[in-house]
Design a binder for this molecule. Structure first.
Ligand SMILES: NC(=O)c1ccc[n+]([C@@H]2O[C@H](COP(=O)([O-])OP(=O)(O)OC[C@H]3O[C@@H](n4cnc5c(N)ncnc54)[C@H](O)[C@@H]3O)[C@@H](O)[C@H]2O)c1
Ligand SMILES: O=P(O)(O)OC[C@@H](O)[C@@H](O)[C@H](O)[C@H](O)CO
Length: 381
């Protein structure tokens, strides 16, 4: 089996590419980072340090790489059996055109075998979003063929993979936690569902997507923003601050009540899931900086993302949400001159004030009780 994987970054090399290569899938990475692509295509292998209660170094072999602007990538899409991505939600729209060109050429070449596409991003139903973008670039005849032959499969992906240490002598090496979870929507495949160890199928994907987003990502971002307020640099430092840990745990319990109401999760098991996540945040072998986890605050304040979506759930079910509100308020205190979205958010905030900025980026109404509460907490921080 052959796969094209867009994005040879942390999750690309450290998780999805590794799972596929370990399952004997011939993986071609596609990326815009020319030195990375040159080195990957030269070495055709790289090391993954897996760190946790047990540490080991694995070598991923038999991989190739192409520049994502190269015509060679289109040829790969003509012949491949699977396309996966880990490029970041904002980049999906950019690769849609390339995927559409590849599909067009594939249909014109008479390749009518099913192909599945799985976006592995922190984004609710990211593959469905990608599908809509790809369809925009296909002729009506090819769009019809794509509906028949191309499976756009949504997924939930969980493994903490920070960038490798700058001091690392091997730029291809990546360090990952031992925990990993990749869950895909069984009902969206075309043709037979590939059997890949490390890729689980479900017919209840949204429960897994929201469980992961509302717990790991909600807890992660609140750890980052509260940690930043107190001058911490890494997630480990922040979560080991007793005061922050308590607030993060409470926020995860509040979003957890939404999940319990919506999906009927067992409360004790969910609290054990929260404990496990908190222990993952303090993995002593990973250096995960607040700057990475806090990245792109505007994306994270979106109505469908890790802060506002669980908050809307607490309003839907009439649940306690003060710790979530504090996490949202802290997002507006996040200052990072190296992060264009943090700069934009602060500029908007200075010009328009908190409630108008919140309304602009999250869709919460400016004069709602909830916006006023967030503003009061913001003023007290
Ligand atoms: N790192 C994690 O812990 C983690 C865990 C789960 C999910 N995710 C998600 O995985 C995705 C990737 O995150 P990451 O941490 O690996 O980021 P990353 O920045 O390490 O990797 C992204 C890669 O995409 C490449 N890229 C950018 N534009 C491209 C294009 N047009 N074509 C091809 N490649 C392009 C970049 O050069 C980079 O190598 C994000 O959606 C993130 O939310 C990350
Ligand atoms: O990748 P982002 O920017 O959406 O979120 C930052 C982190 O919370 C995230 O990458 C986690 O490490 C990951 O979701 C763990 O599975």
């Amino acid at each position: 089996m052959k796969a094209v994987h867009f994005g040879a970054g942390n999750i690309g090399r450290g998780f999805i590419g590794k799972v596929l290569a370990d399952a004997n899938v011939a993986v071609t990475f596609a990326d815009v980072n020319a030195p990375l692509i040159d080195q990957l295509s030269h070495e055709q292998s790289y090391k993954v340090k897996v760190v946790g209660s047990h540490c080991q170094v694995d070598t991923v072999t038999h991989v190739t790489a192409v520049n994502s602007a190269s015509p060679a990538l289109i040829e790969q899409i003509v012949k491949t059996d699977l396309i996966t991505t880990a490029v970041g939600p904002n980049v999906l729209d950019l690769i849609a055109q390339t995927i559409a060109q590849g599909l067009t050429k594939r249909f014109e070449a008479g390749n009518l075998t099913p192909l599945n596409v799985i976006a592995c991003e922190n984004m609710v139903r990211g593959t469905s979003h990608l599908k809509a973008e790809v369809m925009n670039y296909l002729s009506s005849e090819h769009a019809e063929q794509a509906e028949q032959l191309i499976g756009f499969v949504d997924s939930a992906v969980d493994r903490i993979v920070p960038p490798s240490a700058a001091a690392n002598e091997d730029p291809l090496e990546v360090t990952v936690e031992s925990f990993s979870e990749w869950i895909v929507d069984k009902g969206q495949f075309k043709g037979s569902v590939p059997k890949i160890q490390g890729m689980e199928t479900t017919d209840n994907l949204m429960a897994f997507v929201e469980r992961k987003l509302f717990t790991l990502n909600t807890g992660h971002i609140i750890t980052a923003y509260l940690g930043s307020l107190k001058g911490h640099v890494t997630i480990k430092e922040a979560i080991e601050d007793e005061d922050i840990r308590q607030q993060v745990r409470t926020a995860m319990q509040q979003s957890g009540e939404v999940l319990i109401n919506r999906y009927g999760f067992d409360r004790d098991m969910h609290h054990a899931y929260i404990d496990k996540i908190i222990s993952r945040f303090s993995n002593p072998y990973l250096r995960d900086e607040i700057e990475r986890v806090g990245r792109q605050p505007i994306r994270k304040l979106g109505a469908n993302d890790r802060l506002i979506k669980p908050l809307l759930g607490t309003l839907e079910y009439g649940l306690e949400n003060r710790a979530l509100l504090k996490g949202i308020a802290a997002a507006f205190k996040y200052v990072n001159e190296n992060d264009p979205q943090a700069v934009e958010l602060q500029a908007h905030l200075q010009q328009h004030g908190l409630r108008a900025t919140l309304a602009h980026y999250s869709g919460l109404s400016e004069n709602s009780v909830i916006a006023i509460k967030i503003e009061n907490i913001y003023n007290s921080l």
